[in-house]
Design a protein. Structure first.
Length: 134
């Protein structure tokens, strides 16, 4: 198998997973990169999703919980957090579970980052008609 064939297979596998997890939000991120850094777009799909997200060992909902925690801890990653809050809903997390995970992050990340993440979640929930969250 050639390197080109392997590259294409990783991309195809990654694109299938990206579409299943992130839906149109993931595709918009990739499309936004094509004219400035097509290789970054390729690597997000092929490596991030084709290699990492496709691994056994964690269910998609568990991967999203980990991702929510890490993006909250990073701070300043609210656009990516928005994509992954949508993805979390797509893979079966409830708004209540997402809010609880973000509340839990306040202990480790601090209130400002937990607050920013929660307000990002509120935006996503509003867009999806999921407010109020109880």
């Amino acid at each position: 198998m050639t390197d080109t064939t392997q590259r294409e297979q990783r991309f195809t596998r990654g694109k299938d997973i990206l579409d299943a997890v992130d839906g149109t939000a993931g595709a918009k991120v990739i499309d936004a990169l094509v004219d400035v850094s097509p290789e970054l777009a390729h690597q997000i799909v092929a490596w991030g999703f084709g290699e990492i997200y496709s691994r056994p060992g964690l269910e998609p909902r568990d991967r999203q919980l980990v991702t929510l925690g890490m993006l909250t801890a990073l701070g300043g990653a609210e656009p990516q957090l928005e994509v992954h809050i949508n993805a979390s809903l797509n893979v079966g997390l409830t708004p209540q579970q997402i809010v609880e995970a973000l509340l839990h992050s306040a202990v480790y990340c601090g209130f400002p980052r937990a607050l920013n993440a929660t307000l990002t979640a509120k935006k996503v929930f509003a867009e999806r008609g999921l407010l109020p969250v109880h």
